[in-house]
Design a protein around this ligand. Structure first.
Ligand SMILES: Cc1cc2nc3c(=O)[nH]c(=O)nc-3n(C[C@H](O)[C@H](O)[C@H](O)COP(=O)(O)OP(=O)(O)OC[C@H]3O[C@@H](n4cnc5c(N)ncnc54)[C@H](O)[C@@H]3O)c2cc1C
Length: 355
């Protein structure tokens, strides 16, 4: 059987693409069942989940972000609240919107419009790689796609610990020289983690030390890499989206909103191409433009992350204090939030967004 669209990866990006393609012949491949394999703290904007009809997955709403540094704490009230959500629930909600066919198998590579897996070969008019930072299909076409020096790494655990707000610690001497720790509350529990800006995978002792400071016990753990360098979202005819396209933001490590945003917009473009409203070439051109319009912001965050090791603590604290000033915070958040704002209406093709 020939599919309209084949998507490798059933997480934020892949399921968002499929959600826009209901009624088309869509196949999703994943090495794990849908909703398994959570890697993240699952913090994102309430408005993003609302725009996609996913509010049911919300566990706790947070109207402030708090940054702790040695001796100083900065509180940022959020004009648009963030939330923490239930990963399996969100995946199943998104999945039920698209109702694509699902095969549990790893995608090994792609040859033109054919995806190769241990369960056989599958052919589709369009192929999408949404398989996360490793970009299983993209790397089969370009072995240099994944830059190891452009990967962050993080782990987290979910102990019983109540709080409110999203909390980050930047403490290069007391906790981690090149990274952050966080507490993302989810009701009676919190996702407590540590992330390295150097892609350092030996973080367990830092996590244990941090848990000790908070006087809580570890409760399971998960984690993984997340990229901080935008990649080309197309390799030949192959579309890449989410972490596979390096769309996770540097410095903040926010990758869910970009994955849902670009996944949704790509799904709409593919639907228009399948319905003959635009040509496949126009869909490719428009998708690349959609990503490139945000490249300046991505590059700025990447540069800021790369600068961090050279910046003295007092300079970093100065930057945190500056952003806490209400007019500056409004401006920064407005740009940061608007770059991935989703609305209910389909995107008009060839209309610039000026972001
Ligand atoms: C510890 C940690 C905490 C984080 N916290 C946050 C946060 O709070 N907020 C936020 O916005 N971002 C966070 N991130 C980043 C965020 O998790 C990612 O940017 C986001 O998950 C990217 O979504 P995605 O759909 O592109 O890829 P993923 O969520 O990585 O999904 C990839 C999917 O592809 C599947 N897959 C992999 N290989 C194959 C293959 N060969 N064939 C088929 N399927 C395959 C996987 O099983 C998975 O289902 C965090 C990351 C980490 C590591």
């Amino acid at each position: 059987m020939r599919y309209d669209v084949i998507i490798a990866g059933a997480s934020f990006a892949g399921l968002a693409v499929a959600a826009q393609l209901r009624g088309r012949r869509v196949l999703i491949l994943d090495r794990k069942p849908i909703g398994e394999g959570q890697t993240s703290a699952c913090g994102t904007l309430v408005s993003t989940l609302r725009a996609l009809g996913l509010e049911e997955s919300i566990l706790q709403v947070h109207d402030r972000l708090v940054v702790h540094t040695p001796g100083r704490t900065y509180v940022y009230p959020m004009p648009e609240p963030f939330c923490t959500f239930d990963y399996p629930k969100l995946c199943h909600l998104l999945w039920s919107q698209g109702k694509a066919e699902f095969v549990e198998t790893p995608a090994l590579g792609v040859d033109g419009q054919t995806v190769i897996t241990p369960a056989g070969e599958f052919t589709g008019r369009f192929v999408v790689d949404a398989s996360g930072w490793r970009a299983a299909l993209g790397t089969s076409l370009n072995s240099n796609l994944v830059r190891r020096d452009r990967l962050n790494f993080g782990i987290e655990t979910t102990p019983a610990y109540r709080d409110d707000g999203l909390h980050f610690w930047y403490d290069p001497k007391g906790l981690l020289p090149m990274g952050i720790t966080w507490v993302f509350p989810i009701g009676k529990f919190s996702r407590i983690g540590v992330g390295s800006y150097l892609g350092n995978t030996r973080l367990m002792s830092t996590l244990n030390h941090f848990l000790g400071r908070l006087e809580v016990e570890k409760n399971g753990f998960h984690g993984g890499f997340f990229p901080y360098q935008l990649r080309d979202p197309l390799i030949g005819e192959l579309f890449l989206v989410g972490d596979a396209a390096g769309q996770c933001l540097a410095l903040t490590g926010e990758g869910i909103r970009p994955a849902l945003f670009f996944g949704t917009r790509l799904g709409r473009l593919l639907r228009m191409a399948l319905d003959g409203e635009i040509t496949p070439e126009e869909a490719r051109r428009e998708y690349r433009q959609l990503v490139l319009r945000r490249k300046g912001g991505y590059d700025l965050l990447t540069r800021m992350q790369l600068l961090l090791p050279r910046a003295p603590l007092v300079a970093v604290q100065g930057a945190f204090a500056l952003v806490a000033l209400p007019p500056v915070l409004r401006r920064v958040l407005d740009r940061y939030i608007r770059a991935f704002a989703l609305d209910e209406t389909p995107m008009p093709v060839n209309v610039g967004e000026g972001v």
